[in-house]
Design a protein around this ligand. Structure first.
Ligand code: ADP
Length: 435
């Protein structure tokens, strides 16, 4: 056994006095035995201290560990470094975990046999899996045939779409990404909303094309007649005059489309875009327009029992109110009474347009603000509607923190109304006075 320098010094420090004392007292044997016992005791004490320290090797070794101090210190440094590395790895793992858990898409790691190794929080929500499912076959938990083909790698890199096994109405899209030879990541996302928007867009394009095609066909017809036949000046003039109606219709449609697109794509107006809009001015001007449109066939009344001003965008509010009043005229028989009201209610100020018109069947009420939705397409066309009026109204009101409501009775009339909340009113005096 090789002794350390400290041990040699200790042995010397014990042996020398033992020899001297033994020689002087003539009891060399006893004196060496005493020195050996002290040596054993010291060794035992050091080993006990070393054992005690080894139970907590990440605490800095103290001097009493001599002669093991150097060794313990090296061990302490090596363990400290590996602890730091472990902490870094753990922190990276936690941060990766929180990233995958924050993903809205389900991510599941499977091995070559389709056994789940790891999954994120979204996988628990979208596919009702649980962390306890690690070690189970993914294909036995989600049994959709398309999903299983994807899982087996039969459609690698491709997407498959299927209905959620837990809710028929939810559509899921899954993708398999190979990770080396024996692992793959399965990504699953909810595409219900995306599909809805895509189909809305397709419907919208089909509707716009159809709406534009009808007046265009009429225009082309007139132009062909004008070109092909030998017409006298009077008939030609009459045909050109007839071109005005489909052209105006197309312009109204394009104007409404542009307005609706602008409303849908702009964020809600910021406070500095809002002005105090005098509803009295707007409603009186609209009543005058309505009387002109009616040509004296209806009785148009304005009841202004509030002078509250709305914090809003003048042109948008004008357009929304005009659409509602115009509809009231269009869908009311001759002699009908139309009443435009601006009156205080408990929660704010109410704008309402009532008519004694044809009314709207109950089953249509929830859909009339959809783009191009008409209760009666032929009636709407005859009356010059674009099918976008109420969609515009809905958006304008939403941008002013209120919503369009309708009550209607078939054959008796309808009331379209909304309540502007107190926070949307401009003048605190009126707020106090009327609300
Ligand atoms: P349109 O341009 O066809 O009038 P709107 O979006 O303004 O389109 O209205 C959608 C549908 O709601 C109309 O086609 C009509 O069937 C119905 N409607 C709207 N306002 C009234 C009303 N005051 N009375 C009866 N039906 C109405």
């Amino acid at each position: 056994m090789i002794l350390s320098r400290q041990e040699v010094a200790l042995a010397g420090a014990l042996l020398l006095p033992a020899l001297i004392v033994g020689w002087l007292t003539d009891a060399l044997g006893w004196s060496l035995l005493a020195a050996a016992l002290i040596w054993i005791y010291i060794q035992h004490r050091q080993r006990t201290q070393l054992l005690r320290w080894s139970a907590r090797p990440l605490s800095r070794p103290q001097n009493e560990l001599e002669p093991w101090q150097d060794l313990a210190y090296r061990l302490y440094r090596t363990l400290g470094r590996s602890r730091d590395r472990h902490r870094d790895t753990l922190a990276q793992f936690k941060s990766l975990r929180s990233i995958t858990d924050a993903l809205p898409d389900a991510a599941i790691i499977v091995d070559a046999t389709g056994t789940i190794e790891n999954l994120n929080v979204a996988a628990q929500k979208l596919l009702s899996l649980s962390p306890r499912d690690s070690g189970n076959q993914l294909g036995s938990l989600v049994r959709e045939p398309e999903f299983i083909s994807l899982l087996k790698g039969q459609i690698d890199g491709e997407l498959v779409e299927f209905s959620s096994p837990f809710n028929e109405e939810v559509r899921l899209e899954a993708r398999r990404i190979a990770m080396g030879a024996d692992h793959a990541m399965i990504l699953v996302r909810d595409v219900t909303e995306l599909n809805r928007l895509l189909s809305m867009r397709q419907d919208f394009i089909a509707n716009v094309s159809h709406e534009l095609r009808t007046p265009l066909t009429v225009i082309v017809g007139y132009i062909e007649t004008l070109m092909s036949e030998d017409l006298d000046a009077g008939t030609s003039r009459e045909l050109v005059r007839k071109l005005l109606s489909p052209t105006t219709r197309m312009r109204a449609l394009v104007d409404d489309l542009l307005l609706l697109t602008r409303l849908e794509s702009s964020p809600n107006p910021s406070p500095d875009e809002l002005t105090a809009v005098d509803m009295g001015v707007i409603l009186n001007a609209i009543a005058a327009d309505a009387r002109m449109l009616s040509g004296g066939r209806h009785q148009v009344e304005v009841d202004m029992s509030s002078r509250a001003q709305v914090l809003g965008i003048d042109s948008e509010l004008h357009s929304a109110c005009l659409n509602l009043v115009t509809n009231a005229v269009r869908y009311s028989p001759d002699g009908g009474r139309i009443c435009i009201r601006w009156s205080p209610v408990e929660t704010g100020v109410m704008f309402a347009v009532s008519d004694q018109g044809m009314g709207i069947p109950k089953e249509h009420l929830s859909r009339i603000t959809e783009r191009f939705y008409r209760v009666d397409l032929a009636q709407s066309r005859v009356r010059g509607g674009t099918g976008l009026g109420l969609a515009i109204v809905k958006h304008v009101l939403k941008r002013h923190h209120t919503e369009l409501r309708v009550t209607s009775e078939l054959g008796r009339g309808s009331t379209f109304f909304c309540v502007f909340p107190k926070t949307q009113l401009a003048d605190p005096v009126y707020k106090k006075e009327h609300v």
